[in-house]
Design a protein around this ligand. Sequence first.
Ligand SMILES: Cc1cc2nc3c(=O)[nH]c(=O)nc-3n(C[C@H](O)[C@H](O)[C@H](O)COP(=O)(O)OP(=O)(O)OC[C@H]3O[C@@H](n4cnc5c(N)ncnc54)[C@H](O)[C@@H]3O)c2cc1C
Length: 504
Amino acid sequence: MRDFIVIGGGATGVGVAVDAASRGYRVLLLEQDDFGKGTSSRSTKLVHGGVRYLEQGNISLVMEALKERGLLRQNAPHLVSDLAFVVPSYAWWEAPFYGIGLKLYQALSGKYGFGKSQLLSKKQTLQHLPNIETEGLRGGVMYYDGQFDDTRLLINMVATAAEQGATLLNYAKVTSLTRNKQGWVDGVVATDLESGKTLRAKAKVVTNATGAFCDSVRQFAEPQAKPMIAPSQGAHLVFDRSFLPGDTAIMVPHTSDGRVMFAIPWHGHTLVGTTDTPIQKPSLEPVPMEQEIEFILSTAALYLHKKPTRADILSAFAGIRPLVKSGDGANTAALSRDHTIHIDQSGLLTITGGKWTTYRNMAEDCVNQAATLAHLDEKPCVTRDLPIHGSLRKTARLGSLAVYGADATKIQRLIETDRALAAPLHPALPYCGAEVVWAVREEMARTVEDVLARRTRALFLNARAAIEMAPRVAELMARELKCDLAWQQREVARFEDVANGYCV
Ligand SMILES: Cc1cc2nc3c(=O)[nH]c(=O)nc-3n(C[C@H](O)[C@H](O)[C@H](O)COP(=O)(O)OP(=O)(O)OC[C@H]3O[C@@H](n4cnc5c(N)ncnc54)[C@H](O)[C@@H]3O)c2cc1C
């Protein structure tokens, strides 16, 4: 019998699989769609301590996240990089106020620091942010945080977990839980969505890491289980680079709805977000609401000289925060205010909340709890110093393949064997055919959407370009997967359907 079954292939579930497998436990992970289909592909792409928590006085949470930020840069240097942020100041009090706060932020990171914060004059602010709104501008405060590519990291974490001995399946949807004679959850029933076959597996502990969907999985075991999640949607808009030329991001600490908003350079584009809108029910493919699009455009217009309009939007995407309701009963063990581990009467262990940045720490807590719950042999956590698959420090010479880290040379070798694979898939984006072949052969990509949304980031960068790339991607995939023309046509149509939700 396996030690762990993990349900959910986002940052939380795959993080748990990496942790448990690297301790030597036997692990099976099941994801209903593709790895990262949920919230984990839809983040703001920041590896950060959370300046907002600092304002709320939650120092320990910030310190924990800043430490995780440092560990992530150490273990996945090909995917996590330092990013300079400027908080522009338009009122006299802003520079000293945010200056002090951001000095504290820097100090809290201790040996895991990313760079020194400093006050900027108006001229210096303009040098870093040539498109900042100059009317009333006094200067700014510069500080450093981390940036990453969320699903490239996730796909590399899937590989890491597999290398540590875990089995991970995408397109395997858990439909019910099984219980032993004592009523304890001891396994899952799942459907292989490609073949339609039923899969059954048993384990000493079943971990529910299904993010915003975790209540529906809890209700498989206990239909009356009280919901613990209050889902909230956040949206982002993507524009071309001209709105944020250079390598510096903008952080707006207080929007009119009291939130933090970012404009960041990402893969040669400008990513702006996010919002926070309570919703009734989570969906796997959320679409930005009209009010979210308007809010991001109007907030960006306050801070940018060349103002983005609807016509400039290249992609719009939304994600769902699994916010945990407070006071959910005596057996909710809030290990930090940021993530929650909950054990139901049936022994089903749910881990949710938190953020991408802290996935490793969340996984460590989760596996410790699960091992105690299931009376597993005690094994120490080793992920603090465990390199993530592809880990490589110097990637500059790899050009657009840098995000693949150590795998980049293998993709270059694919090109050497078939020069046609070097051809760009679209003039607006830096992706080539070899990446499609690589994604199918080595990264478990099964659909055109897997390749265009999560192995490459085409859909998130430029939805219309991604739609135009789809037929060629389908053709390359069909060759690898030995699929016919009808499959290609179905895949292209299915992708267009999804991608239309990213077009505004
Ligand atoms: C708008 C927004 C911006 C954010 N920005 C940042 C940021 O910049 N930095 C940061 O650190 N954090 C950020 N976060 C937080 C971070 O993205 C999330 O905390 C994290 O991605 C949650 O991961 P997860 O694995 O818990 O959930 P998910 O990624 O949603 O994964 C859950 C998975 O479970 C699967 N699943 C559901 N039901 C089943 C079933 N029955 N069987 C099998 N599988 C199932 C789903 O398909 C899904 O893939 C942001 C969040 C949002 C919403």
